[in-house]
Design a protein around this ligand. Sequence first.
Ligand code: NDP
Ligand code: OXD
Length: 312
Amino acid sequence: MLLLHLSDVDEARWAEAFTQSLAPYKVVRQGEDFDPADVDYIFVWKPRPEAFEGLSNLKAVLSLGAGVDALLKHPRLPDVPVVRFIDKDLSQRMSDYVVAHVTMHHRQFTRFQADQKARRWSQFYPPAANETTVGIMGLGVLGQDAITRLRPLGFDLRGWSRTPKVIDGVAGFAGAAQFDAFLSGTDILVNLLPLTPETQGILNAETFAKLRRGGLASGPVIVNAARGGHQREADIAAALADGTLGAASLDVFEVEPLPADSPLWGLENCFITPHIAAISNEKTGVHYFTRIIQDHLAGRELINVVDRARGY
Ligand code: NDP
Ligand code: OXD
């Protein structure tokens, strides 16, 4: 039996789709009448504290999200494999966000927006894409997809990961020892890291001060589409105000929804979206997890299992 336990998304629709695609295999929702001991798999998003109670025969936890930081912190997460969502549609949407914000900052949108507001005709020419270096933090599924979309646009690309990666046309940097070298050549810093104890708060004043100056006229830029826990918002607000950063695009926040009194709302060089960079698509999601469940029931190995010790 598959149990759905989803918060903040339309659980009924996912359940209907799973019921059809897994039939005759049984699918139930939280709150329905079933024996928890019959549950083989639980499909979760933001599970409540009691979500896993009584699931004594659970085989795996299936995560609707690509990021599992919150799930791994669940105090009663059972000791079974956690499978995360990896999906072309999700990658496409995330890369759409990254490309939109990188190109916007490369073309100095903040400056021209201010000029327009002031009715000022000021012929400033942005650098060419190949004179602008985009540094991607995190070279996993999403980081590598973003690279495949940015590369044809001509940007100079570099990437930073935990272990070394060789990616065509991308200068690679790895580990804490190469972090400063990575930052020192970066004009637009894109964060696509998982949130772990090592990456918590990585977007901070010290990091911003190490980014390349002089590449983009109004200062280096950050784009964070990963997790709010990666950023120190007080540092971002200060850096945007004093010119350490020229602009920031933020899709995620330390506290979501972003509180109305956050200074970030009022900064003209801060571009806020409400954690909408990418969303798990119901159609492709049901297809992906149906295959995983059916393969596993047929005796094949689970795929895309999270490494709990690594935290992602
Ligand atoms: P992956 O697990 O595929 O990739 C993670 C990458 O980060 C890897 O390259 C890994 O290095 C690197 N990394 C991890 N820890 C460190 C570290 N300490 N130092 C340097 N590099 C590190 O993740 P995805 O690409 O699938 O997703 C990334 C994140 O995006 C998710 O965890 C989630 O938080 C976020 N997300 C946000 C969404 C939104 O709507 N805003 C939607 C979907 C995801 P290595 O290759 O060496 O292992
Ligand atoms: C995810 C997210 O992790 O939507 O998938 O944030």
